[in-house]
Design a protein around this ligand. Structure first.
Ligand code: MN
Length: 247
């Protein structure tokens, strides 16, 4: 079992170290992660400059690029064979509902999936994100399951884990993405040189967090597993848009 690990919080992130330690019990782990925090980088590729691949003292590789760059470079340039699995995380914070559109954690897993490798994004639902023990054990459980029971179809799983000790997790639920309210306003401030600047504000609170959603499962103390797809076509609206265009 060859496992490629990445994240969006950077190669130095404690969540990544916890994930690597847990997955080494399941297979050969190679870590290729961004050299700095690229949370919110989404599925971006760096096309305007070359990338460098460096090795840290702990054996982790780091790239001056995005999470997507890392997985792309590793899969298409470092390995002779495809890895058996790509795992991304453990993200320092939730990736539920609309977060998945912006998330670099989900993007790294998505890149694995697009390149034909079963992929999992792992996020710890916590602001502080200080204890990754429980989430790392869930990641190991999932990887072991892949070894024991290979999944037939290509799969991209978005996993969110409540911030509580492993024995207190209530189980695993397969969910759909919920939805958030609109994001908060930008936060305005003034630099020492008098320039007005803006911080992107916080994500909106959960709007659709009903039964069956990732928000609901995590709120209830369950690990949330959402199978994702890439096709954004709104098939329900196809006919309506066609009517509108031909009026
Ligand atoms: Mn992150």
């Amino acid at each position: 079992m060859r496992i490629l690990l990445s994240n969006d919080d950077g190669y130095f992130a404690p969540g990544l170290a916890a994930l690597a330690a847990a997955l080494r019990e399941v297979g050969d782990v190679t870590v290729v992660a961004p050299e700095r925090d690229r949370s919110g980088a989404s599925n971006s590729l760096t096309l305007d400059r070359p990338l460098s691949l460096r090795k840290a003292e702990n054996g982790f590789y780091f790239v001056n690029g995005t999470p997507t760059d890392c997985v792309h470079l590793a899969v298409t340039g470092m390995f002779e064979h495809l890895p058996d699995m790509v795992v991304s995380g453990i993200n320092h914070g939730a990736n539920m509902g609309d977060d998945t559109i912006y998330s670099g954690t989900v993007a790294a897993a998505t890149e694995g999936y697009l390149l034909g490798v079963p992929s999992i994004a792992i996020s710890l639902v916590s602001k502080e994100a200080s204890d990754f023990t429980s989430a790392a054990r869930v990641a190991r459980d999932l990887a072991e399951r892949f070894v024991r029971v290979p999944f037939r179809d290509p799969v991209l799983l978005n996993v969110n884990i409540p911030d509580r000790p492993y024995p207190e997790l209530r189980g695993v639920r397969v969910t759909r993405l919920g939805k958030r309210h609109r994001a908060e306003q930008v936060v305005r401030s003034v630099t020492p040189r008098g320039e007005t600047v803006y911080w992107i504000g916080a994500a909106g609170k959960a709007a659709d967090a009903g039964e069956g959603t990732d928000f609901h499962a995590v709120e209830q103390g369950f690990v949330s597993v959402t199978p994702l797809q890439i096709d954004l076509t709104h098939t329900v609206q196809t006919a309506a848009v066609s009517d509108w265009l031909h009026k």
